[in-house]
Every structure is written in structure tokens, then in C-alpha cells.
Design a binder for this molecule. Sequence first.
Ligand code: PLP
Length: 446
Amino acid sequence: MTLPDLTPQQVYDLDRKHVFHSWAAQERITPMVITRTEGSYVWDGEGRRLLDLSSQLVNTNIGHQHPAVVAAIQEQAGLLCTIAPQHANAARSEAARLVAEVTPGDLDRVFFTNGGADAVEHAVRMARLHTGRPKVLSRYRSYHGGTHLAVNLTGDPRRWPSDSGTAGVVHFHGPFLYRSVFHATTEQEESERALAHLEQVIEMEGPATIAAVILETIPGTAGIMPPPPGYLAGVRELCDRYGIVLIADEVMAGFGRTGAWFAVDHWDVVPDLLTFAKGVNSGYVPLGGVAISPAIAATFADRPYPGGLTYSGHPLATAAAVATITAMREEKIVENAARIGEEVLGPGLARLADRHPSVGEVRGLGVFWAVELVEDRQTRTPLAPYGGTSQAMTDLVAACRANGVLPFTNYNRLHVVPPCTITAAEAEEGLAALDVALEAADAHVR
Ligand code: PLP
């Protein structure tokens, strides 16, 4: 091993001295040292085992250190570590075949990227060149990545510091009944009114100026809001009517997270472009991509596609994807995610909502759940402001860790997003820990 044998304290000290962290005030953070991971668990620098209810950044769908994926990376490293993207290589060819097989409908061409944000950037570029139109519509409650265009597409407050106002993006409201901007009282009303609103935005912006509508099939970091009945089919229909490309961003919701290969599968909608990353190989090696419809692929049949990456379809990353998709099929991991959602997490989180006054709503499916925390159930005042945090949320995170679980939190929400491989017993263990931890949030209820 060429890596020096560092103690957890040395790891921490070097991190604080030399590492520049994402989305953080550098002198205000105390990163947790992780020394080991396996399956649904991680171990911190003090040797404590934590149940990973975050899947890190909602990417380790296949769990930590899956032996088949680790072996595939090792094997590929011995065979062919890297090769320029203009050459064909076995790992990329086979990964593209498998991705085309699991993605919906006729999406059967794949452009590989290094992660989610660049997949989104390329999908938008393809849509603009395909339609010859400049603008893109995207939802307010959304996250599409940290690069310039992707963060401008993003609806949530992470956009604000980098919002150039010139990215050709127009935002609209998607459906979210619990905090309806449409004054709806039923899912049906929310769906119809959100569609009417989107159509109005299209009409007012001028349909002939709009290249694409991009949406997370189920917004992830922005709150895990499964779309109400009819919404996605309605968006598809609007896009068809106005000649607009529909981009489904499945970077977080894809590859089993919702108990289906892709979230769009739940509603039988086929987008023109589908972006993916995270779960495609669980992030064992960085990888993302765009699955492309035949019509859009045809635009670039005789005209060069003006874009590329040195590592498009990197052999280590695509070998990991081949092993991941194969293991997910063989071990019925997508089916497991669906069953855990229906039988354990759904009913278990509903019980927690009954018991804890800080829980305003629980929503989700598969292993993709949000617990919306409020100061007051009547007024629905969030337990932390939009775009911010609060003592209540800090206390909740500390209580989760003290009770042996690693949570994913965003503003006033706790997301329960374990690996798709989690067992029923592990999920019950997580629910029991959350039952205790939520008392820390209840203490802040008015
Ligand atoms: N799109 C969605 C829906 C995401 O959730 C994310 C990341 O969380 C991204 C895009 C960006 O992906 P990456 O961080 O790999 O660039």
C-alpha cells in the first residue's frame, strides 16, 4: 500500500489544513472521518458503527463495498485503466448496452459523463441544438448540479450566489400539495393547477423560444415530492404539443432508488432525454450520462455533436456500472427497494408521524422518503427556514448520530434514503433510532 497509515486524527488534521470542501464555510466545519464502510453501515474515526440512512449523497444504491463491483474495478484496473473517448472499449460498450436496456422506451444511445451536473449540461445542449431554441424551463424546488448552467437550472437557494440571470432559464412551480402555491386541497387539483400554470408559463414565454422542460421526476434534495396522478403525463403532453424536449433528471431518483429502475417507470412516461449518475455504479468511480432518444440522436448523425469529455465512458467507471447493473438484476435489488418501502419504511415512518408532533408530513416510495419537520402542524411553519438551518435541526442530526444513524438533512427535512440493499431488520433498526432522535425535534415544537 502506498497510502500512509494515518490515524483518524491525522486524517482530520490534514483535511483541515489542505482540503477545500463543497458548499461550506471552510473554517466552520468539522468533517466526520470515515474509516470503513460495508453494506448499509459506515464506521467513524472513533470506531462507532452508523447505519447509513443517507447513502452518502443518495448514491450508494447497491450498498457500500459490494464485492462484485469492487472486483470488477480491480479486474478492469489490471486490464485497461484509461483510454481516450474516441476509441471503443469493452467496458463502455457493455455499460451502454445495459443502460439502454434498463432505461425506458426507446432511449438507446448513451453519452457518458463524469457525474450528474455535466450530464444535465449536455442534455440541455443537445435539446438546444435539436430544437434551435434557447430557453429551458425548470422547477423552483429542484437541484440539478453545481456547474454553471446546472446550478442556474437549480431552483433551490444554492442557485442564488451563482445566478447570472443570463443562463436562459425560466423557473416554474411544480406540484407540492403540502405547501401548495395553487391553493389546492387534493392531489387531483394540485396536478391540474400545476399543469395549467406550466402551460401558462410556456404561452407567456413563447413556445418557439423554449428548447426543453427539465424536471426531476421526483425532486430529491428539494424534498422528495412524488408527482400527483396525471402530472407527468400532462407535462409530456405539453412538451409534445409545443415541440419542447422533455428532460427527466433521474440522477438521484434513478437506478432503483424508488423501487423501479427509473422513477418515470411508475407513471409510464418516456422522456426525450434522461440524465443519470449516482446509482448507475453507486459512485464507486465517478460516472454519469444522458440516455438519448432516436430523434435527438439523429440530429447528430451527420452533424458533429459539439461537446465531449476526456473521461467520457472511463473504463473503471463503466466496468463498475456493468457490475452494478448485473448485481442489481441478479440480487433483485430494485425489488428489494420497492418491498422495503411498502412493507417497512412507509408504514414505519407513518407511525413516527403519528407519534411525533414535529412531523408535518411523511412522503416517498421505495428507499426515497422525506420527513417534513414543522414547528406547528397547524401553520406548517418549517422547523428551519427555507435555505437555512436551525438549532432544532442541529439537535436532530446530533441525536441521530448519538443513536447510531447517519441522516441526510436539508433545511427542515430529514430524508430517509438508505441503500436499496437495506434489509428489513436494518430498516427497523433505523426507524427505532429515528423514533428516539425525533424527540430532539419535538422539543422545538411550539
Ligand atoms: N441532478 C440531480 C437530481 C441531483 O440530485 C444531483 C446531485 O445531487 C445532480 C444533478 C448533480 O450531480 P453531481 O453532483 O454528480 O454533479
